[in-house]
Design a protein around this ligand. Structure first.
Ligand code: HEM
Length: 442
């Protein structure tokens, strides 16, 4: 019997929802490296919170450890049946192979100038001397980047229309994704009815873009992800059809923009509350170094993992950590608990990017992007984007915390967000370093 709290499911869900970071770590300290949590509707879920158990989960036979099925229970209404996130086995591998090349490390660096431009434009709207929440701004930046770099939309009127449709869709999807019993059509004003309408409107726009990009593919050399996917072929020489393209584009949109925006908001929140780290980062950038910036991004994703757990559903009985688990069991890696283990990350409460310069963490101890054949396809893109944007912030802005206490964590659409949106104050107007110089705010 896997140990776990006997509290009613609703109580456990509320505790999880209030502070998933603290809750998962507390379960690990109380019950050990493998424990169970009971949730209403989803039932008993098994969590592993130790690197060798996580390795067993991520490298187990993918035909037995189904990630797609586990994800589909929450994500399918939004992403559809052809998404790399909701598929398993052969179909998953096919989509994954088609999707990987555009997100390859070297390819994504082509978007650097676009990311900097969008960031600078958004920073112009920051007030000086008044507290403001940073997260809506980072979200506008990452959304603008995805709309342009991934979808290849550049026309201002279409961008505005697209943003409105995404906004409406994002507002409607949260409720029906997290509360499956709501997925019933009880008329136009019901949550499901509104969700279906917003999905239809967004899909119509995406199909228009696919058609536009197909027509342009003949005449123009484009380097957005959608254009690259139109040209991609699987081992049989087949291209993706429009339904597959729609599902993958919505997957990238859903998986890629809020997550990265939230990671960035946390990076600034952590830096603002750790002025010595911020000063060191600024100095290292002024000296032309990149390593401390990369380490700061990784330490942020350790201390505030945007996704707190990631799961597989067993299609057959399996043994993990000496426990025999039945087919149908959900097994999740407790990312939040794993990142706070003393033996992997000494003084886990401290925000210390140096730890990533001193030693490379075990592959299964630091897992903000999951792992195995399901590891996040956008990991390199997300880290590159976070580094590029954070660098602009730190070099140009004198960012201070708006409140003396660090922000609490909250769950929003399955991501871990700063409760007040990472409130900061700009101490003085933005600085514009001379072209080519990496000079920082003094
Ligand atoms: C800080 C930002 C991000 C975080 C924390 C994050 C985290 C994750 C996690 C935890 C998974 C599940 C992995 C598993 O099951 O083992 C995942 C999967 C995925 N992510 Fe990300 N992600 C981020 C950004 C992105 C971006 C920018 C994109 C696309 C451009 C993206 C696309 C995907 C896709 C397509 C998958 C599904 C992979 C598969 O099932 O084969 N993510 N991500």
């Amino acid at each position: 019997m896997i140990p776990g709290s006997r509290a009613p499911g609703l109580v456990q869900l509320l505790n999880y929802g209030r502070d998933p970071l603290g809750f998962l770590s507390a379960q690990q300290r109380r019950f050990g490296d493998i424990f169970a949590i009971r949730f209403p509707y989803f039932g008993r879920i098994v969590y592993v919170a130790e690197p060798s158990l996580v390795k067993a989960l991520f490298t187990g036979d993918p035909a037995v450890f189904h990630a797609g099925e586990a994800n589909a229970s929450v994500l399918e209404p939004a992403l559809g049946p052809n998404s790399v996130l909701t598929l398993d086995d052969g179909p998953h591998l096919r989509q994954r192979k088609l999707l990987l090349p555009p997100f390859h490390g070297e390819r994504i660096e082509r978007y650097g100038e676009l990311i900097r431009e969008v960031t600078r434009r958004e920073m112009e709207s920051w007030p000086v001397g008044e507290p403001f929440a940073l997260r809506p701004h980072t979200q506008r930046i990452t959304l603008a980047v995805i709309m342009r770099a991934v979808f290849g939309v550049h026309d201002e009127r279409r961008l505005a229309r697209f943003e409105g449709l995404i906004d409406e869709f994002a507002r409607r999807v949260g409720l029906v994704a997290s509360i499956p019993p709501l997925r019933r059509n009880l008329g136009g004003l019901s949550p499901w009815g509104r969700f279906l309408r917003s999905r239809q409107a967004l899909d119509a726009f995406i199909y228009e873009e696919i058609a536009l990009r197909r027509a342009e593919a003949e005449t123009e050399a484009r380097d957005d992800v959608l254009s690259l996917l139109l040209g991609a072929r699987d081992e049989q020489g087949e291209a993706m059809n429009d339904r597959e393209l729609r599902d993958e584009m919505v997957t990238v949109l859903g998986a890629g923009h809020e997550t990265t925006a939230t990671g960035l908001a946390w990076a600034v929140e952590r830096l603002a509350h750790n002025p010595a780290v911020l000063a060191k980062l600024r100095d290292s950038l002024a000296a032309g170094e990149e390593d401390y910036l990369a380490a700061t991004v990784r330490e942020t994703l350790r201390a505030r993992p945007v996704i707190v757990d990631v799961g597989r559903k067993l299609t057959a009985p399996a043994t993990i950590g000496g426990h025999e688990l039945r087919a149908g069991t959900f097994v999740l890696a407790a990312i939040a608990a794993l990142h706070y283990r003393e033996d992997s990350f000494p003084e886990p409460e401290a925000f210390r990017p140096e730890r990533f310069l001193e030693a490379k963490p075990d592959n299964y101890a630091w897992i903000p992007f999951g792992g195995g054949i399901r590891r996040c396809i956008g990991a390199a893109f997300a880290e590159y984007e976070m580094r590029t944007i954070l660098r602009e912030f730190v070099e140009r802005a004198d960012l201070r915390p708006a409140d003396p206490m660090p922000e609490k964590v909250r769950i929003r659409n399955i991501t871990l967000v700063p409760a007040k949106g990472a409130r900061v104050v700009l101490g003085r107007p933005l600085v514009y370093p001379a072209a080519g110089s990496a000079s920082a705010v003094a």
